[in-house]
Design a protein around this ligand. Structure first.
Ligand SMILES: CC(C)(COP(=O)(O)OP(=O)(O)OC[C@H]1O[C@@H](n2cnc3c(N)ncnc32)[C@H](O)[C@@H]1OP(=O)(O)O)[C@@H](O)C(=O)NCCC(=O)NCCS
Length: 212
């Protein structure tokens, strides 16, 4: 993956001109030479101090705590790790892919707690975004912020479009993505982490310059 000059400045410029981010975030501070070394700090409306950082192996236990703390419904919608003795291994494998720069992975922190995790997979072929927020932090535009960060980072890296998948029953997420400019491509099979089966999910796509 090529490096980008002034990554942090470019991301800050793009986020600062976004109307939702402008309304919700004050004192937006971003630093990081590239998308794998990102640190963002802001004061988010109705929340206060929020940090978003590139995820590393040091975050394994904090990510585990976030994932295990999700309600069963939210966890079902973002089934990325098995909920059994293999969970730590799967989180470590996920973080290793970020360390190898095969994916982009970020944690959102409030104090010492991870309250959200989001990532872009398959950077070498077809970028696919995914995100999840701890239940008490949902519905405060943080999901929007995570997507804005991923889309603008992909733009800076030179990508033209991105994809995501969402479960048929996740009506909230489906409407949310449609509102942002994603279009439905049809059904796709998504493997269930840790198990030998898959779910049929909607696949959606957006041209990055159509994001709103
Ligand atoms: C889906 C998810 C990422 C959305 O993030 P969020 O921070 O809660 O959403 P936002 O506050 O940014 O809201 C964005 C839009 O989503 C829609 N939305 C969010 N929550 C909603 C709800 N409970 N009911 C209806 N619409 C909702 C609205 O259109 C909203 O825009 P509006 O406020 O202008 O009406 C988050 O709820 C989540 O993590 N859910 C559990 C895991 C999950 O479903 N992940 C996605 C897998 S595909």
């Amino acid at each position: 993956m090529k490096t980008v000059k002034d990554f942090d400045k470019k991301l800050k410029d793009l986020l600062t001109e976004n109307p939702v981010v402008k309304q919700k975030a004050s004192q937006l501070h971003i630093e990081g030479a590239d998308p794998w070394n990102l640190y963002l700090h802001t004061a988010w409306e109705n929340l206060g101090n929020l940090s978003i950082e590139s995820a590393s192996i040091h975050d394994l236990w904090a990510i585990k705590e976030w994932y295990e703390g999700l309600t069963f419904r939210s966890r079902h919608f973002i089934s990325i790790f098995p909920m059994d003795y293999r969970i730590e291994k799967y989180i470590a494998m996920h973080l290793k892919k970020s360390w190898q720069r095969k994916i982009l992975a970020y944690n959102a922190w409030v104090n010492e707690t991870v309250i959200g995790h989001f990532f872009v997979e398959d950077l070498e072929k077809k970028p696919i975004i995914a995100l999840g927020l701890a239940d008490p932090y949902q519905k405060n535009k943080l999901g929007y912020l995570f997507i804005a960060m991923m889309i603008n980072t992909l733009r800076i890296l030179g990508f033209k479009c991105t994809y995501l998948t969402t479960m048929h029953e996740n009506k909230t997420a489906f409407q949310f993505y449609k509102k942002l400019g994603f279009t439905l491509l049809g059904d796709t099979k998504v493997p269930v982490a840790g198990f030998d089966y898959h779910t049929d999910e909607y696949e959606m796509r957006i041209d990055l310059d159509k994001f709103q």
